[in-house]
Design a protein around this ligand. Structure first.
Ligand code: GTP
Ligand code: MG
Length: 636
């Protein structure tokens, strides 16, 4: 085949082809040079790869959905051309109508343009790569039962480590504070309860590196201790147990340790893995050791941040002050926050006019893991909202405006989080192998009975995980926990608190309450069945024989084949056989007829098949299957 003929077939200029071939080290003298058919085939493939690469690199960004008119501007084409393209695809659309991302991309591809979704300014900022990573202090949250001494412990730490050096003592309250010890700094978060902790996580702000579970030595493990523990476990962070009020006459740390062992926190001194430490906020006993333990744990975690990138932080508290306007306590996570920075948080923005540290002193900058009170936002964001620095006011306004629009849209749609009915779909998509359940029952006895019955519905492939169990009505804390752990809430003979019901509706969490235990078990069984990996039924589609094997720079090894039987279809499962024995299983990743990608190839036709198997050889057979999923039943 002559070069000019090949060029014609490829639809490119002969000169262009010659230049390309020379750059690919194919020695060509002139357009009258000729190549044999195998070489022509390789050239065709190489050129198509090159073309694809060129398109891939020819990026134009756009927002989706995009109107035909706007797309025409972006692609530098006449709208009528695009309308004709759409018509050819069977889409009768007018110039002002919107196209979805997929359709717009397809049209652009025809014009050799790689149309990409324009990242929002917010995405650009939040996804700025963190480089120059340096050590940062740990962020520690205290959690536990009411009145077990969290605040007293923090106060003691603050007073002994900060206030003693400050003449004015503690001048103000801030939602987070940092202490400086000879061996390093620690940032503490003063959470009023585990609900806030989980609420922050549900907004994507997993702030905490370490949780201190506070248990009073006189009262021991209480329902809320367990609840806090479940929330901490769901956050997947190390837990240190502080057994407080050790100065009290009726302090009983052994009882506490026994109770801890029962809830899966076996103390180290009892041969377990949980670090426990007895402390007192009255006498200060054990507190230095606790701080040591925190620093030790932090060192193991090797916590790092980029101090130089645009700052990102989280609002831990926010309020309105009469004189100064909105005040927001920010815990900085990445970068260094500076006075004068323009930033966005929640639905608000502003230029930082002033910053105070946790001692009330004015500061000009805040480093990663430090807490500051920020003055200058034009509204009060919600705790858990991120705060991030933007280049200028214009960017800030745009982001806030867009967020408000999107929120308004979201309000019209209620989110779908997790439903029993969706499990089957979900298992196919993500292969979850755990059914996570939050179980609430009316009394301890029934809770145990239901739990036991649930554990009996087991299967080696799917595991039932009780994210949390408890006695009493279904509350907001349960819903938040369900949200962050992707659990469903199952109640037995209990009610749902109105607040929890609203929250569940808003977050799309499924709550199921039962009065009859068999109904509960039947539903869970059905969910399990949906989660079992379905049987795969193979249906033979076609067979191809490998005639030659060649390598393409982008697609890898391609087998030049002839379809001997049936049809070969792209994206379907396949098996490579050599002397009738299977040597590889995979998928038809690419299917080509000459330079074109095709969806299927019929019997008797030649094609190029890529299955991702480098060892494929001439003479091998590729069998292609479709796979049908068949639901399995639990054994009774
Ligand atoms: P909530 O924030 O309401 O959940 O409580 P908390 O866990 O922050 O407890 P807080 O620090 O407010 O302490 C509750 C009570 O226990 C207070 O009366 C404290 O004085 C007392 N208390 C706290 N720590 C100690 C301690 O180490 N020893 C003694 N004797 N009393 C303590
Ligand atoms: Mg408190």
């Amino acid at each position: 085949m002559r070069i000019h003929e090949l060029a014609k077939e490829l639809g490119i200029d002969t000169k262009e082809l010659i230049t390309k071939l020379r750059s690919m080290n194919f020695p060509v003298k002139s357009h009258m040079s000729s190549v044999d058919s195998d070489t022509a085939e390789i050239i065709k493939n190489e050129i198509s790869v090159l073309k694809e690469k060129e398109i891939e690199e020819n990026v134009i960004e756009a927002d989706f959905p995009i109107s035909v008119k706007d797309l025409a501007v972006r692609l530098n084409k006449k709208p009528s051309e695009l309308l004709a393209d759409l018509l050819r695809e069977g889409k009768f659309i007018n110039i002002n109508q919107n196209l979805d991302e997929e359709t717009a991309k397809k049209i652009a591809y025809k014009y050799k343009i790689n149309l990409k979704k324009k990242p929002s300014q917010e995405e650009v900022i939040l996804h700025t790569e963190s480089k120059n990573l340096k050590r940062r202090p740990p962020i520690v949250t205290l959690m536990g039962h009411i009145d077990h001494g969290k605040t007293s412990l923090l106060d003691y730490i603050r007073k002994s480590k900060i206030a003693e050096k400050e003449s004015g003592g503690i001048t103000q309250h801030i939602g987070a504070y940092q202490v400086t010890l000879p061996k390093g700094k620690i940032s503490f978060l003063d959470t009023p309860g585990h609900e806030t902790f989980t609420a922050m996580r549900s907004r994507g702000a997993n702030l905490t590196d370490i949780v201190i579970l506070v248990v009073a030595s006189d009262e021991g493990v209480k329902p809320q201790t367990e609840e806090a523990l479940d929330h901490a476990k769901a956050a997947n962070v190390p837990i240190i147990v502080a057994i407080t009020k050790m100065d009290k006459a009726n302090a009983n740390p052994d009882m506490v340790k026994q109770q801890l062992s029962k809830i899966g926190l076996v103390p180290e001194d009892w041969g377990g893995k949980t670090t426990t430490i007895g402390v007192s906020a009255k006498t200060g006993k054990g507190i230095d050791e606790l701080l040591e333990l925190i620093l030790l744990q932090a060192e193991l975690l090797d916590l790092k941040a980029d101090y130089t990138r645009p700052a990102v932080g989280v609002a831990v508290e926010a309020r309105l002050s009469k004189g100064k306007g909105p005040l927001v306590d920010i815990l900085v996570r990445e970068g260094t926050l500076q006075v004068g920075d323009c930033c966005v948080s929640g639905h608000f923005w502003g230029k930082i006019r002033a910053m105070n540290d946790d001692r009330g002193g004015a500061v000009n900058e805040a480093l990663p893991a430090s807490a500051v009170e920020v003055v200058g936002l034009n509204g009060v964001p919600n705790p858990g909202d991120q705060l991030f620095v933007v280049p200028d006011e214009k960017a800030a306004k745009e982001i806030v405006e867009k967020r408000r629009e999107e929120d308004a849209k979201l309000k019209l749609k209620s989110p779908v989080h997790f439903k029993l009915e969706d499990l089957f779909k979900k298992v196919k998509e993500e292969k979850i192998k755990q059914l996570k359940v939050i179980l609430k029952a009316d009394v301890g006895g029934t809770l145990e009975a239901v739990e036991e019955a649930l554990r009996k519905i087991s299967h080696e492939e799917v595991e039932l995980v009780l994210t949390h169990k408890g006695v009493g009505s279904i509350n907001a804390s349960d819903v938040l926990l369900a949200e962050v752990t992707d659990a469903i809430i199952v109640g037995f003979k209990v009610t749902t608190e109105p607040q929890a019901r609203d929250l569940a509706k808003q977050k799309g969490i499924e709550i199921r309450v039962y009065q009859i235990v068999y109904e509960l078990l039947d539903d869970i069984k059905a969910a399990f069945e949906g989660m079992l990996a379905p049987h795969v039924k193979k249906i033979f589609l076609g067979r191809a024989r490998v005639k030659t094997v060649f390598k393409l720079s982008k697609s890898g090894i391609i087998a030049g084949c002839i379809v001997e039987k049936g049809r070969v279809q792209r994206n379907f499962a396949c098996q490579v056989l050599r002397s009738n024995a299977p040597v590889y299983e995979g998928k038809v990743q690419s299917l080509k007829r000459f330079k074109d990608d095709v969806r299927d190839v019929a019997e008797g036709v030649e094609c190029g098949i890529g299955v991702g198997f480098d060892g494929i050889k001439e003479g091998d057979v590729i069998d292609v299957y479709s796979e049908e999923l068949v639901t399995r039943r639990l054994k009774e």
